[in-house]
Design a protein around this ligand. Structure first.
Ligand code: SAM
Ligand code: DTB
Ligand code: SF4
Length: 326
């Protein structure tokens, strides 16, 4: 039994479970909308301040030129999104950006690199970045692609708090989206991260042309990991011109809200992040996502390569909804 389930396992309504069946998850996902949101909000309130939202800021420390074939991604060499590839940033420049993020109110700084996996001197430089960013009083997060056990241990040693590595979608739909690494590769990296004692940040993308059954299956995979991720980013596909998924019709906003609510119910102690795609969402849709249990966002005008709401819009939204940074 892990820590999450140790304290609350006596009460079946508050227990953290890792044995969800697809049918159970499907039944939750398909509840009448008001019932679904009520349940999600009730579960949310048992463990979190309903008006607090954790704020992370992202920085692309190594942009573009990625050898991987992920059909949603602006940074893959397989597609021409017009993005100019860049080398790994200098440590000082990253620290300056981290200081700015902290001043703007972020509590976590997430460094993303367009790599299949980190290597050699570049990896050494990332280790230095992690230590320097942490010394600024920020939680550190990195997303660098696949890791082996020794790399995960080195990141932990350097001061890494979170590692982001997404399952992205259901095992069934996965092969339609990514051809250069397997679902099991992803699970292996997550195991290395967990074993190193780094908190896992793991979620996925919706709106890539997957079915509702795929969304249910992805959530079931996340909720049945050996430990629930500390953070679960739910991304709405950002359509990038030049990628194969540019023409996707996307999903209905209320279907996205259902995905958030189901994640909250299945993983009651996790921070559920309303992640990519917020720039395309109305205030009303974001408000519903917060009501459904989302309690984390990326703050700052850019995600990695695409836009995020500008900070003035987010400040106004937080004020309108009476939300405060956690
Ligand atoms: N290259 C590393 C990797 O993929 O393992 C780390 C960076 S990668 C950009 C991190 C995650 O961002 C992806 O797994 C995916 O879930 C998300 N992502 C990338 N492009 C996206 C897009 N266009 N829309 C929504 N999410 C996206
Ligand atoms: C995650 O799940 N979403 C973030 C973060 N992890 C690294 C990335 C979103 C990227 C959106 C597309 C872009 O800006 O390139
Ligand atoms: Fe590369 Fe990550 Fe983009 Fe895939 S999602 S192409 S691994 S940067």
């Amino acid at each position: 039994m892990n820590n999450q389930s140790a304290c609350l396992s006596e009460n079946p309504e508050t227990a953290v479970r890792h044995d969800w069946s697809l049918a159970e998850v499907g039944n939750i996902f398909e509840l009448p909308f008001n019932e679904l949101l009520f349940q999600a909000q009730a579960i949310h309130r048992r463990r979190f301040d309903p008006n607090a939202v954790q704020v992370s800021t992202l920085l692309s420390i190594k942009t573009g030129g990625c050898p991987e074939d992920c059909k949603y991604c602006s940074q893959s060499v397989h597609y021409d999104s017009g993005l100019e590839p860049e080398r790994l940033m200098d440590v000082d420049a990253v620290v300056t950006a981290a200081k700015g993020a902290k001043q703007a109110g972020a509590s976590r700084f997430c460094m993303g690199a367009a790599w299949r996996n980190p290597k050699g001197r570049n990896f050494e430089r990332v280790l230095e970045m992690v230590g320097r960013v942490r010394a600024e009083g920020l939680e550190t997060c990195a997303t660098l692609g696949m890791l082996d056990a020794s790399q995960a241990a080195a990141l932990k040693q350097a001061g890494l708090d979170y590692y982001n590595h997404n399952l992205d979608t259901s095992p069934e739909f996965y092969g339609d989206v990514i051809t250069t690494r397997t679902y099991d590769d992803r699970l292996d990296t997550l195991t290395h991260v967990r074993d190193a004692g780094i908190s896992v940040c793991c979620g996925g993308i919706v709106g890539m042309g997957e079915s509702r059954a795929d969304r249910v299956s992805m959530l079931c995979e996340l909720a049945n990991l050996p430990e629930h991720p500390g953070s679960v980013p739910i991304n709405q596909l950002v359509k990038v011109a030049g990628t194969p998924l540019d023409e996707q019709p996307g999903i209905e906003p209320l279907e996205f809200v259902r995905t958030i609510a189901t994640a909250r119910i299945l993983m009651p102690a996790a921070y559920v992040r309303l992640s990519a795609g917020r720039a395309e969402m109305s205030d009303e849709m974001q408000a519903l996502c917060f009501f459904a249990g989302a309690n984390s966002v990326f703050y700052g005008e850019k995600l990695l390569t695409t836009g995020n709401p500008d900070t003035a819009r987010d400040d106004a939204l937080f004020a309108k909804l009476g939300l405060h940074p956690a």
